[in-house]
Every structure is written in structure tokens, then in C-alpha cells.
Design a protein around this ligand. Structure first.
Ligand SMILES: COc1cccc(CC(=N)NC(=O)c2cccnc2OC2CCNCC2)c1
Length: 389
């Protein structure tokens, strides 16, 4: 497949794979802000740029509905991500966010929102370098406007607006292979409500397995096993920040979270993000942490169910409680909260618990990318400490 657009961008090119003469780090140098294109890129004449104010319920609702009908589907087009409005508001308004990076495209005649792309600022450490980056997400073009080559101009426009804030690198994921992944992750699913998952075609009954045997296989205790396991609270932010910074320091690529970031990204918000920690009953020290985010999917064309309630593993740290036990407690609380499935990537130390906790491999891969930053060698997923929403 010719990558005409991506071959014109400052990203690792396939032809450069294995060329160890190329240094790790920025591919192009920053330009002067006066040299950055001051005006937006041209859209086809019947469309116009719009900035989406995610603080406005009206706009947030427009974005929600565009994504609900037109965003990413699984390979068999049975499910479509259905990010909630409160999730979008959380995901797009972290500390230091730029409203100008929430970019929409409207049809001039109808004023309908027909496309969207976003960036949020993040400090990402790559080995020993902390780099200011934009995390790019939610690229969505209305189904009726596909193959009008809108995506390349939207990517160029968000890049231009990121450059205007003097930021020259970005991070993003995709289910497709583009030049050039820094790593490729497998995704895994742990059934919590096997009967529903089989009814809707997400899972299949195992060979020589009955439904009742399958329900028993995935059954979980009613409550967590670890003494001191509790929800994270505002007062825990300093301790969780210390725990998380120390844990993430072992990975090649990871966010450089400070207390402000931890307060935004990890403090529990109902139907958006759930975070738990282990506070030692003896010493009151916080020794472990686990978190997952809520991302339901619409079920396309099923008589009995319209929504799949899915939890996605976020950041987990174990220093005293075995990771296996900590994650089993995460599964238990996710089941208590009526999630149907718990998803995880094989990043960080996740591989150590996936099979034992009865996760099954998904049928797809998630590729991670950096823009304008070369990594000398493709990373193993276990070297990656970054989870994008
Ligand atoms: C079950 O409903 C789905 C609806 C749309 C797509 C997929 C498959 C898929 N593409 N899954 C993932 O990308 C995925 C699987 C496990 C963990 N995180 C994931 O993606 C996250 C991170 C990237 N942005 C989307 C959410 C499943």
C-alpha cells in the first residue's frame, strides 16, 4: 500500500529500518514560530474548519454523536467505540490543554460536524529525554466522506496548530500499519459476562464447553482479596505520583506524570476512570495501584443488546501485592461494576498475568507511533509504559 502522505512526513520510514547510522531523537529541527504557516490549510470548498469547545455541552454532544456513528469499528464491523461525553470532556481537557487542538470540520451549508481530530499536551520521556509532545487521538471522518483525502489535511492542520505552541513531537496509535511503529501490541480480553459476550458474538463458546461450564470458568469472588484495597482519593495523589513515577521509570517510553497530571488522569470519575490502591493496614503506606477506563462499544445489529460495557486496563503498579493478585482484584471490582469485559494490551508487565487470569488474545494489534522522533530499535511491548485512550 503506498503511503504517499506518510512518506512526506518526518516519521521513521520503512526504508530506514535497520539503518543504525541514523541517531535516536528528533528527525527535523524546530522552526521559528514566525516560519510556521499562520493560516489554516485549505479544505475542499464546501467544508470549513471549526474549533470544538469541549466545555460546551452542545459541542461535546455534536462530537459525541459524530464519533458514535463514525468512529473506529472492530475488524468484523460488529462493534464501534462509543466514548461517552463525560469521557471526552476528561480525555480532552488535561492540565495545560489547548482548545485550538480540538479541531472539527463542518459542512458550510448544513453546519454539520463531519470530521474531528484532537491533540492534548503531554510530557513523554523517551529513554532519558523528557519531550513535550502532543497526544493525537479521535481522528474521525464521517462515513459518507471517506476517501476524499480529508485525513491528511486534518493531520497537517493539527500538526500546524501544535507547532504554533512550539511543540514538535507527537504520539499516536492506530490499528493499521503506517511508517513506522515504535512497537506493536497485542490486545487481550478477559470475559466478565461470558453469556452476553457469546450472545453478541464478541466471544465464542469454547470447544467441548457448555454455557454453564463457561460461566463457571470465568466466575470471580464477590469482593477483592487484598487487605487495604480501596478506591483512590484526592489525599492519595502525592503517594500515587511517587509510586507511579518510580514504576514508569523502568520503561523506554512513558509519561512523565506530575501530581497535577495524576490528579487529572487517575482520580476516579464515575463512568470514566476507576482507580484503586493498596494501603498497608499496618503501616498505612501505599504499596500498589491499579486503574482502568470505561469505554463502551455500540453493538451493531444485535436484537437483545445495544451496548458492550468494556473496561480498559490503564496504569498498574505492584510493589508489595503480586501483580497477579492486584489485577484479579481489578477484575473483581470491574465485575461488581457490571462491566462485560476487561481489555488489556501486552504493554508494561501485563504479559505476566494475562494468561493466568484467563484473558484471551484479541484478533487485532495496536501500533504505537511517534511523530518527528526516531527510535533506534523497535521496542518490545514490555518496554512501553504509555497507554493512550
Ligand atoms: C469491542 O469493541 C471494539 C470497537 C472498536 C474496535 C475494537 C478493536 C480495537 N481496535 N481495540 C483496540 O484498539 C484496543 C484493544 C485493547 C485495548 N485498547 C484498545 O484501544 C484503545 C487504545 C487506542 N484507542 C482506542 C482504545 C473493538
Amino acid at each position: 500500500k503506498t503511503h504517499k502522505f506518510w512518506e512526506s512526513q518526518p516519521v521513521g520510514q520503512f526504508k530506514d529500518i535497520g539503518d543504525s547510522s541514523l541517531p535516536e531523537g528528533p528527525i527535523e529541527s524546530p522552526t521559528l514560530l514566525s516560519e510556521v504557516k499562520q493560516e489554516p490549510y485549505n479544505l475542499p470548498s464546501q467544508y470549513e474548519w471549526t474549533t470544538c469547545d469541549m466545555e460546551s455541552d452542545v459541542t461535546c454532544d455534536e462530537v459525541y454523536n459524530l464519533l458514535k456513528s463514525n468512529y473506529v469499528e472492530d475488524d468484523e464491523n460488529m462493534f464501534r467505540f462509543n466514548y461517552s461525553q463525560e469521557f471526552l470532556s476528561w480525555a480532552l481537557r488535561p492540565p495545560g490543554y489547548y482548545r485550538s487542538w480540538h479541531i472539527g470540520v463542518r459542512a458550510k451549508a448544513s453546519k454539520k460536524l463531519v470530521a474531528f481530530i484532537t491533540g492534548v499536551p503531554a510530557r513523554i520521556r523517551v529513554r532519558d529525554e523528557v519531550v513535550k509532545m502532543a497526544e493525537i487521538n479521535f481522528l474521525c471522518v464521517h462515513k459518507k466522506l471517506r476517501s476524499k483525502r480529508l485525513a491528511p489535511v486534518m493531520i497537517k492542520e493539527v500538526t500546524r496548530r501544535v507547532h504554533l505552541e512550539n511543540i514538535w513531537q507527537a504520539a499516536y496509535t492506530a490499528g493499521v500499519v503506517l511508517p513506522t511503529p515504535i512497537t506493536t501490541c497485542q490486545y487481550w480480553h478477559r470475559s466478565l459476562n461470558p453469556k452476553k459476550l457469546i450472545d453478541v458474538g464478541f466471544s465464542r463458546l469454547g470447544a467441548r464447553m457448555t454455557m454453564s461450564r463457561t460461566i463457571k470458568l470465568y466466575k470471580l469472588p464477590d469482593s477483592p482479596a487484598t487487605p487495604g484495597f480501596r478506591k483512590m482519593e484526592l489525599r492519595d495523589v502525592p503517594a500515587v505520583t511517587r509510586l507511579l513515577r518510580n514504576y514508569l521509570s523502568q520503561f523506554v517510553v512513558a509519561p512523565d506524570f506530575d501530581e497535577n497530571d495524576v490528579e487529572h488522569w487517575l482520580l476516579p470519575t464515575e463512568n470514566v476512570i476507576d482507580s484503586y490502591l493498596v494501603e498497608s493496614p499496618e503501616t498505612h503506606e501505599i504499596t500498589d495501584f491499579c486503574s482502568f477506563y470505561t469505554l463502551p462499544s455500540s453493538i451493531l445489529g444485535n436484537q437483545n443488546h445495544s451496548a458492550l460495557k468494556a473496561a480498559y486496563s490503564y496504569y498498574n503498579v505492584s510493589t508489595k501485592t503480586p501483580l497477579l493478585q492486584l489485577m484479579n482484584d481489578a477484575l473483581i471490582v470491574a465485575k461488581q461494576k457490571d462491566f462485560d469485559v476487561f481489555n488489556a494490551l501486552d504493554v508494561m508487565h501485563n504479559e505476566s498475568f494475562l494468561k493466568e487470569l484467563k484473558f484471551g488474545p484479541g484478533d487485532g494489534q495496536l501500533h504505537y507511533y511517534l511523530y518527528n522522533y526516531r527510535i533506534k530499535h523497535t521496542l518490545r511491548p514490555s518496554e512501553l509504559g504509555l497507554v493512550l485512550l
